[in-house]
Design a protein around this ligand. Structure first.
Ligand code: ZN
Length: 314
């Protein structure tokens, strides 16, 4: 397929458009939160561990009303307050369904969808997609942090879902956001792209990795790049960031200048890593690469970094 010039324009990355008023100072106001929950226009996002659950049929809405959520068996004891839509005043909550995706798929009235697919298909506007990212990250955290990490007793939701407290040792626990560095490393004329085995066939992308405790962003970029490619990096600049709720990452998009050239893969993160000149990257973007290599889809910060480098914007 020959891409047109228009399709080479970077679309906006996904999950940046959350405009909910989170009202973080009111989360402890239980009567207020209960009142919001009881309003007929309030919507409740339902999530299993990995997927989101929607009503099938007419227009796809991100949530269900309270009665519908209850009838599906939603956990109404632990409701996470996401925020208020600024344009309508409507409240959004999220909670979990105690069913497997397989069981839910038997219900013809439901659609079980993965957030990545929703982003790729542009099913929802950026505001709703951002709210779903918030919901998915928080629900995943609650589902996987049911017990106190200090004493092992079952913890209880507090602050309308932004804390879990231990009733035994009183330890408070807070939702995780895990920062990851993702970096376009260049030697000027070429970009360093790698192929993690987990990605769909043919996709080459920017290097990336989790930050470690006690590291700066620059140090993490240099360490990860050395581990994955053997390339030394000098100057590093942070240029953008993106919530990436799979399950709870914050991607820190950087550019870095390579100070060495010889690739040597030291860990098993990548099955291939190579220097690509602009002509080769353009072929990847246009889907005309002779070996079928491609760059990631436009929902990701990797796409934004690669296109930014290709177009001399970063
Ligand atoms: Zn405890």
């Amino acid at each position: 397929m020959q891409a047109s010039a228009a399709s080479l324009q970077a679309m906006e990355m996904s999950f940046l458009g959350n405009t909910l008023d989170r009202q973080s100072t009111r989360r402890d106001d239980k009567p207020y939160i209960a009142d919001l929950l009881s309003r007929p226009e309030t919507e409740i996002v339902l999530s299993t561990d990995r997927t989101l659950v929607f009503s099938a049929g007419s227009e796809l809405k991100i949530g269900h009303d309270l009665e519908a959520a209850k009838s599906l068996g939603a956990n109404t004891e632990e409701m996470v307050f996401l925020g208020i839509r600024p344009e309508t005043g409507q409240a959004l909550f999220a909670t979990t369904l105690p069913h497997s995706d397989e069981d839910l798929e038997q219900n013809q009235d439901l659609q079980i969808l993965d957030l990545r697919t929703l982003a790729l298909q542009s099913t929802f506007n950026p505001q709703d997609l951002g709210a779903l990212a918030q919901a998915r990250a928080l629900i995943h955290w609650h589902r996987t942090h049911l017990f106190c990490s200090q004493c092992g007793v079952k913890s209880e939701m507090a602050e309308a879902g932004y804390r879990r407290d231990c009733p035994s040792c009183s330890a408070p626990h807070f939702p995780r956001t895990d920062p990851c560095v993702i970096m376009l490393i260049s030697d000027g004329d070429r970009a360093l792209l790698g192929r993690p085995a987990r990605l769909p066939e043919g996709i080459y992308t920017t290097l990336a990795g989790f930050m470690e405790p006690g590291e700066t962003i620059e140090q993490a970029v240099r360490r990860e790049c050395m581990e994955e490619s053997g390339i030394e990096v000098g100057e590093v600049r942070l240029i953008s960031n993106q919530p990436w709720p799979f399950p709870a990452n914050l991607m820190l998009g950087c550019v870095g200048k390579a100070t060495s050239r010889d690739i040597e893969i030291e860990d098993d993160e990548l099955e291939d890593c190579k220097w690509c000149d602009r002509d080769e990257v353009l072929k990847m973007v246009k889907d005309t690469h002779p070996e079928g290599h491609k760059i990631p889809p436009s929902i990701s910060i990797a796409y934004e970094l690669i296109m930014g480098w290709l177009e001399n914007r970063i």
